[in-house]
Write a protein that binds this ligand. Structure first.
Ligand code: FES
Length: 109
């Protein structure tokens, strides 16, 4: 599989999560306050909640349901109740296109 167009860069609002779906994979795309674009799995690992409905705080995306904040860089939750990470995807910016390959996750060790 190769990278697909997820959205336009100009569609993204800084510090807001944007939900996209590529090949059946739900992904939360975030333009952070430094202008960097992140892509992490959209489904909270604690419950069946879309993280893109949550809140961007610095380099985290917080689940609105119970407050676990997931690192946009590593996918790891920084606080309970979630304890399993979400996947983190490579993002390629090509002009105004945000490209993501949902079959390739970043190594975040
Ligand atoms: S469903 Fe996300 S923290 Fe509980």
């Amino acid at each position: 599989m190769s990278a697909s167009r997820a959205c336009a860069l100009s569609d993204l609002t800084q510090d807001e999560a944007h939900r996209v779906e590529i090949d059946g994979v739900a992904i939360a795309v975030v333009l952070d306050g430094n202008g960097e674009v992140h892509a992490i799995g959209d489904l909270c690992t604690h419950g069946d909640i879309s993280l893109s409905d949550g809140f961007v705080e610095g380099e985290t995306l917080e689940c609105w349901a119970h407050g676990s904040a997931f690192s946009l860089k590593t996918g790891r939750p920084l606080n309970l109740p979630a304890y399993e990470p979400v996947p983190v995807y490579e993002v390629v910016i090509d002009g105004d296109d945000v490209l993501i390959d949902p079959s390739v996750t970043k190594a975040t060790a």
